[in-house]
Design a protein around this ligand. Structure first.
Ligand code: NI
Length: 182
């Protein structure tokens, strides 16, 4: 396992549409190693999620996990999930705005509207088909990560840049203890 270098905004890899992983490549050792390294990198930098383009690999792979933390009850626990070639289908029109951060945009936070309910279709790291409905914070994380696979970052999803804040000012003026970033 290895901690990988995280691409920051301005690196072209973050703006490319990531390539799908061919089914035969999912279980190959190099893909499995990349997934393990992405998980280790996400944990090392306290991310809620990480997409392969963020570690300079333009492939449709994303990982995420949120551990239950009694200090941040607004962030529900989400088990470690690996999504390969994900497809996201909004269920309904309803959106809600909440704060996001991103390991590729260090020390920034902004309010981003996301669909409240989405259907997720993907394959897992064993090549098994995954289908589930994600709601609320889980749906937010999935949309943030799959956006990275489309070459997008959360800034483009913001309705306005008025809420964009540095972390220090976010903590001071929004009074939010949680610093979830993906
Ligand atoms: Ni991100």
């Amino acid at each position: 396992m290895a901690i990988l270098k995280v691409a920051r905004l301005g690196h072209p890899v973050l703006r490319q549409v990531a390539a799908p992983v061919p089914p035969a490549e999912v279980t190959r050792p190099e893909t499995q190693r990349l997934i393990d390294d992405m998980i280790e990198t996400m944990i090392e930098y306290d991310g809620a999620g990480l997409a392969a383009p963020q570690v300079h690999v333009s492939k449709q792979i994303a990982v995420y996990a949120v551990e239950a933390n009694p200090r941040y009850p607004q962030a529900p626990s989400i088990p470690l999930t690996v999504l390969i070639n994900p497809r996201i289908i909004p269920l309904g029109e309803e959106q809600e705005e909440d704060w996001e951060g991103c390991l590729s945009l260090p020390d920034l936070r902004g309010k981003v509207p996301r669909y409240v309910r989405v259907r997720v279709e993907a394959v897992d790291r064993h090549g098994k088909r995954l289908e589930f409905t994600a709601t609320g914070f889980h749906a937010r994380v999935v949309q943030h990560e799959t956006d990275h696979l489309l070459g997008k970052v959360y800034l483009e999803r913001m309705r306005s840049l008025d809420s964009l804040s540095f972390l220090r000012e976010f903590l001071r003026y929004q009074g939010r203890g949680s610093v979830i970033q993906e």
